[in-house]
Design a protein around this ligand. Structure first.
Ligand code: ZN
Length: 134
C-alpha cells in the first residue's frame, strides 16, 4: 500500500549553499545530513510540518544527481512515497508493467529501504518507494 508522500527530492549543485537557502526559507534548520556512499550523494533533510524535503548533491561525477543536473539543471528530482511492504509493491508494479531502475531494494538515506521506478514508465517522474527500516 502507498501510505503518503514521504519526501520530495531536490537536486542541487552545492548542498551547503542550498542548506543555507532552505534554512532561510523554512526559518528552521535541517534535521539530518547523511552521505549515501552507494549512490554517491550527500543528502540534507528538512522538515516542514508533516512533510520532508531532501536536498541531494552529487559527491562524484558518476552520481545520478550529477547526470540529472547536467541534463536538466537543478530542481525537483524525485517524489518518494512511503510504502508498508516494499517487496509486495515491487511485485505488484512489475506485474502492472512498471519498470524499475533497480529491482532489489537497497538501503537509502534516513534509515529507509528504497527502490526507484524508471521515469519512462511513470510520465517522466522519477518515483522512489521507501519503507522504514525497523
Ligand atoms: Zn529520496
Amino acid at each position: 500500500m502507498f501510505d503518503k508522500i514521504e519526501h520530495l527530492g531536490i537536486a542541487v549543485k552545492d548542498a551547503q549553499k542550498s542548506k543555507d537557502l532552505f534554512t532561510a526559507l523554512f526559518n528552521s534548520p535541517a534535521y539530518k545530513e547523511e552521505e549515501v556512499i552507494s549512490e554517491n550523494v550527500k543528502t540534507i533533510f528538512f522538515e516542514c510540518g508533516p512533510n520532508k524535503i531532501e536536498l541531494l548533491e552529487a559527491t562524484h561525477e558518476s552520481s545520478p544527481i550529477a547526470k540529472f543536473i547536467e541534463k536538466k539543471g537543478e530542481g525537483i528530482h524525485h517524489i518518494a512515497f512511503a510504502v508498508t511492504d516494499i517487496h509486495a509493491e515491487i511485485k505488484r508494479l512489475k506485474e502492472a508493467n512498471f519498470v524499475f531502475i533497480n529491482e532489489e531494494p537497497k538501503k537509502g538515506a534516513d534509515n529507509k529501504l528504497i527502490v526507484f521506478l524508471h521515469p519512462k514508465s511513470s510520465n517522466g517522474v522519477l518515483i522512489e518507494l521507501c519503507q522504514d527500516l525497523a
